[in-house]
Design a protein around this ligand. Sequence first.
Ligand code: ATP
Ligand code: MG
Length: 296
Amino acid sequence: MGRVIAVANQKGGVGKTTTAINLASSIAAAEVDTLLVDCDPQSNATSGLGLAKDPARISTYHLLMGDASGEQGLQKTELEQLWIIPAHKNLLGANLELVDGERREFRLRNALAPLRERFKYIVLDCPPALDLLTLNALVASDSILIPMQAEYFALEGVSELLDTIERIRASLNPELSIEGVVLTMFDDRTNLAQQVTAELSRYFGDKLCKTTIPRNVKLAEAPSHGKPVLLYDVRSRGAESYIQLAKEIIGHSTPVQEMPTPAEPAVEEKQVVNAPRWKRWIKERNKLTTINILDR
Ligand code: ATP
Ligand code: MG
């Protein structure tokens, strides 16, 4: 059964979409079938993966309204093992149209249920609000990954998010756990970042991810080319950090011997055993090869 992870934080601009796109694509690059579901009317994950705006296309809106199945919403992406269910700004309407809907919090969960057989990981990109869309995402999920910036007010608003998680656990989804808190746009050279990290570590304990995501211009540029950073600049610090995060998150739910070990390694790399290998798209040659980015 696939694992569903919601990337959520009601605070705006903390790196949810960047994390959802690049986590999902890094997992897919380890030869694991992965689905990204855009649950945000801003549709940044959709455009960030190069899909043009198209109100006629089946999207998350149709899934929530019961007009289409999850299967019908699947779109291929440039990465062989990554699919997306796109969003459109019409999703904003679902928030209102569903207010009196029957079992309105379970719409996404029900639509995604049949896809859990097919995808090992399903990553949901949430909007910056604790609205009915985020609620649907959290009810549909096994866990929540919370991107956060290491800034002075980082913890402001977190208690509201944690309260929401508790209320969902108590009523709608008892299985919901915290996958982790990941620090984004991180600059460990500043004293402030270190102080805030220490505080977050006291607050979240081992839920604070060991991987931090640095501020990296390639991460900001990649969506304007409609690509995950892996396909835009695989050697950037941004790409490496999201591969590292994918490895950490796969490790949460996978025994070591089941970690992905795609493709036979090149001869000179054979001495590196058991390290997951991640595909690198070499566009000039128009083929996929595997390199070991993590242990370089
Ligand atoms: P919203 O709440 O509006 O949905 P968000 O939480 O999804 O925002 P993003 O869209 O991922 O946040 O990021 C906000 C901005 O910061 C974007 O312009 C993005 O390109 C940039 N950004 C995110 N992470 C990084 C990073 N690690 N390094 C550099 N720029 C980043
Ligand atoms: Mg976003």
